[in-house]
Write a protein that binds this ligand. Structure first.
Ligand code: NAD
Length: 296
């Protein structure tokens, strides 16, 4: 029997195509299963869905963005600030994007405000798992000119406010034997930064307070860490601190040669909030484009 060579080529290439197609499908299935396994692993260790977070200073640049990041991860958010207007707008934005949020007026220098907020959160959500203390105040006053009222006011918001948040929410978390507290320190927490005397003293205190509480609550299920942001220009900073000379000084000292974007803090927040950081307490996580790592 004679074999038609053209027909043979057609049959061969058809068989080949079928084979290739089958292998291609198998490869896609294997890759999809691998990807699903990876996603399942990631969502297991970083899973925050259904958790509840309270954040002070949520009306500001950095904590506002941290709130958005946590909300995107499925966390119910309690926005705490003494400026009800800004947190009201953010609450609406989070809800419109499918999240859950409360806006509660809290002056962080008042313990009773924290106690009232905790009750409101427990009534609305039944629990609280994460606390971020990020309310802020600062002033560029030269040392000899600092009025004692200004000194006290900055320490009250930055340091006393952080202490009171830890006291009220920490007590609840210790009682239930689980929680993650993130306090916000700064590149100025040490070594010192010019033009921010009181602020720097307060931030050094925030770091020390956090380490003390981390030690105190380490066996009681409550982790306490700080995030140490570098330079993320807020409206206040632009108005009061950032001259051309200072911008140059900061950027020359920042290996990445740029300021941070507030959204670049979300990764550290999600990690410290989640069980992926279950053995991390008393740590200071630096997010500063290399600022702290550099001398000259
Ligand atoms: N922006 C930066 O580059 C930077 C760098 C390092 C650390 N930090 C720290 O990060 C935190 C957030 O900084 P930011 O730049 O987003 O600040 P921001 O000025 O944008 O916001 C601060 C928020 O704190 C609120 N606040 C002030 N006093 C309060 C009080 N008594 N009670 C309740 N709320 C009060 C304000 O209403 C405001 O919404 C602060 O602790 C700040 O010190 C900021």
């Amino acid at each position: 029997m004679t074999i038609n060579p053209i027909l043979t080529i057609i049959i061969y290439s058809w068989i080949n195509r079928q084979g290739t197609e089958e292998w291609r499908c198998r490869a896609v299935l294997v890759a999809t299963a691998e990807r699903d396994k990876r996603m399942e692993y990631l969502s297991q260790i970083f899973n925050l869905k259904g958790k509840v977070a309270a954040l002070t200073g949520a009306g500001g640049l950095l904590v506002g963005e941290m709130s958005r990041g946590l909300a995107r991860a499925g966390v119910k958010i309690a926005l705490l600030d003494n400026n009800l207007e800004t947190i009201g707008c953010l609450r609406e934005e989070i809800v419109q994007n499918g999240g859950e949020a409360l806006a509660l007026k809290v002056d962080v220098t008042q313990k009773t405000d924290f106690t009232t907020a905790l009750h409101a959160i427990l009534t609305a959500y039944g629990d609280v798992d994460i606390l971020i203390n990020g309310a802020g105040a600062n002033a560029p006053t030269p040392f000899f000119d600092i009025p004692v009222e200004e000194w006290n006011a900055i320490l009250a918001v930055q340091l006393t406010g952080t202490m009171l948040g830890c006291q009220v929410f920490g007590e609840y978390m210790v009682a239930k034997n689980k929680g993650s507290i993130i306090n916000i320190s700064s590149a100025s927490a040490g070594p010192p930064l010019s033009k921010a005397f009181t602020y720097s003293v307060a931030k050094a205190g925030v770091k020390n307070l956090s380490q003390n509480l981390a030690r105190e609550w380490a066996t009681q299920g409550v982790r306490v860490n700080t995030i140490r942001p570098g330079f993320f220009p807020s409206e206040f900073m632009k108005k009061k601190f950032l001259t051309t000379e200072r911008i140059n000084a900061i950027l020359t000292h920042t290996p990445m040669k740029r300021f941070g974007e507030a959204s670049e803090l979300a990764g550290a927040v999600l990690w410290l909030s989640s069980d992926a950081a279950s053995f991390v307490t008393g740590a200071e996580i630096t997010v500063d484009g290399g600022f702290t790592a550099m001398t000259i």
